[in-house]
Design a protein around this ligand. Structure first.
Ligand code: HEC
Length: 168
């Protein structure tokens, strides 16, 4: 009678504990770039990053990312932290008047993971985006006009001095 936890409920607690542990694992897996993308970017950029006409440009765009080259981490970290506006054209489609809000509700680790996912997984780029670079951009947000200039290949040389590792 005074037994607080009969065997059945003890088994139940053990299961809850296991469930708790595995859901912690899932929480960590959220920093997985693909998951961050699906939960936060796909609604505008499309589930396969193919873009949505009249809403947001494709993020699968190897031409753009290879043209950006070593500036790619600088560009994408600026876009996710400052958002983006201004005229962007991709394959004849123009995305003028569309505004991307800054994604600063996401942690620097999540933004680093999703940015790296866009570069590496979606575009076969060799660079990764470290959380430190995101952090630096959060501290000193980049103007949209600077981002557009960078996108168009005019290097403003205002890049934050953070060592960007390039994988191989
Ligand atoms: C509310 C819709 C919306 C969400 C959510 C959103 N974006 Fe965007 N994104 C846009 C729009 C619109 C543009 C184009 C802005 C312009 O025309 O200047 C854009 C532009 C971009 C660009 C520049 C593309 C290019 O061709 O230069 C990148 C990179 C990008 N977004 C990444 C992301 C990532 C990563 C996420 C998720 C963390 C995200 N976006 C979430 C709407 C969104």
């Amino acid at each position: 009678m005074s037994k607080k936890f009969p065997p059945a409920s003890r088994a139940c607690m053990a299961m809850l504990l296991i469930a708790g542990i595995s859901s912690t694992r899932f929480a960590q897996a959220d920093e997985n770039g693909a998951a961050v993308f699906l939960n936060n970017c796909a609604s505008c950029h499309g589930a396969s990053a193919e873009g949505i006409d009249g809403l947001a440009p494709p993020l699968r765009n190897t031409e753009l990312w290879s043209k950006l080259g070593s500036s790619a981490p600088d560009y994408i970290s600026g876009v996710v932290t400052s958002g983006m506006s201004g005229k962007i054209s991709v394959e004849g489609q123009s995305y003028r008047g569309m505004v991307m809000p800054p994604q600063t509700h996401l942690s620097s680790a999540e933004l680093a993971a999703v940015s790296t996912y866009v570069l590496k997984e979606l575009n076969g780029h060799s660079a990764i985006v470290p959380a430190e670079l995101i952090e630096a951009k959060k501290q000193m947000p980049v103007a949209h006009t600077k981002l557009l200039a960078l996108r168009q290949g005019e290097t403003g040389n205002e890049q934050v001095a953070v060592v960007v590792q390039t994988g191989n």
